[in-house]
Ligand binder design. Structure first.
Ligand code: TRP
Length: 355
């Protein structure tokens, strides 16, 4: 397996909340399609950097993906989700996750997490779930109105089960996940009060320097909008996506002054260009006038190709060996099963259930 340093490419991973000795790291992704550069800049490169420094588990959250299964545009439906479990594992390995240092596990094969979810549902109110800002935004986005699937409304509880099921203390995520961390910690405090002992730890989010990378059109990057740059994009796809990037509609001639804020090309340069001084100078010239979009976009195409090419090549090399991939998932899931069953035993006791 490749070394983390090699895999880190040029994407800067600058966690805003440094890991402490003894931190246990858990994070997850819904298998609803190829991971994109937003995942990479927002959390995947941080996970690669944390390997070997902390105990770390990555959870492929296929059950959580099913909470969205009624929305085919968002999740692709159950059969599609099933095909994406191995694909996400491939994305992890291609991005530099080393299964000898990081446990990769499949959520639906960890029954302890489902049982923890059922127990935790007794510790939250529907009103609190409806107030969760991420859930609220998603309800609007999906147009559920009053027909909210119960599983969907409750997925933050399942996420609390994921996090506590591993006794995680540090969760590398994008900033849209901050409400989940807050809600998890509320559940943690209630469980501990019930147990009259600190049986599960509170956790903190670990945000990268780029907690949110926009899609090429400036909207939230999403699979259904087709506006994200996949982490294994071909050189052609990179060129096409960068060409389509939203810049400043008022910047018609190179000599016009341009706007940097909300300009997607600069958002990607900020995230991926290791030469911050050069980017600052480009911003100055762009604002002043005299710097064309084409020059900027050429720089970005080269830069993204440097980030993506090693990932794409590793992915292609690994994609042929399905039995290796299945072994990785089986071994990781077995280890995770032990850990989560141990936590479930203690939580069951807190609820006065026999063990
Ligand atoms: N909600 C996360 C997402 O949509 C995925 C996820 C599932 C997760 N379980 C988790 C993230 C536990 C952090 C911790 O991307």
């Amino acid at each position: 397996m490749s070394s983390p340093a090699e895999a880190g490419a040029t994407a800067p991973a600058q966690p805003t909340d440094a890991p402490l000795p003894g931190d246990v790291v858990l994070t997850g992704d819904r298998p609803t399609g190829p991971l994109h550069l937003g995942h990479y800049a927002g959390s995947l490169s941080t996970r690669v950097a944390l390997q070997g420094r902390c105990v770390q588990t990555l959870l492929i959250a296929d059950l959580q993906a099913l909470t969205d299964a009624s929305n085919r545009a968002a999740s692709g439906g159950p059969a599609y989700v099933a095909t994406q479990v191995e694909e996400v594992a491939l994305d992890y390995l291609a991005a530099g996750i080393d299964p000898a240092l990081t446990t990769i596990a499949v959520q639906s094969r960890l029954p302890a997490l489902a049982e923890l979810t059922v127990l935790y549902l007794n510790l939250v109110t529907v009103a609190r779930l409806e107030r969760n800002p991420t859930v609220k935004a998603e309800i609007e986005l999906r147009g559920f109105a009053r027909d909210i699937p119960a599983g969907f409304l409750c997925y933050p509880v399942s996420q609390a089960a994921d996090i506590t099921g591993f006794r995680a203390t540090l969760v590398p995520v994008g900033d849209d996940q901050l409400p989940m961390i807050e809600q998890t910690n509320e559940i943690v405090r209630r469980v501990n009060r019930l147990a009259e002992a600190p049986i599960v730890p509170e956790c903190r989010a670990l945000l990268s320097a780029t907690p949110r990378l926009p899609g090429v059109d400036g909207r939230k990057a999403s699979k259904s909008l087709g506006n994200a740059v996949p982490i294994n994009a071909t050189a052609d796809e990179i060129r096409q996506l960068v060409r389509a990037m939203y810049t400043d509609p008022g910047h018609l001639r190179a000599s016009d002054p341009g706007c940097v804020e909300g300009n997607v090309v600069f958002a990607y340069l900020d995230a991926f260009d290791p030469d911050a001084a050069a980017v600052a100078e480009l911003k100055r010239r762009y604002r002043h006038g005299g710097l064309g979009d084409a020059v900027l976009k050429r720089r970005l195409v080269d830069l993204l190709e440097q980030v993506v090419a090693p990932i794409r090549e590793r992915r292609a090399a690994l994609a042929g060996d399905r039995s290796f991939l299945r072994d990785v998932l089986r071994d990781g899931t077995e280890r995770a099963d032990d850990v989560t069953r141990g936590v479930l035993r203690t939580v069951r006791q807190a609820f006065a259930l026999s063990v």
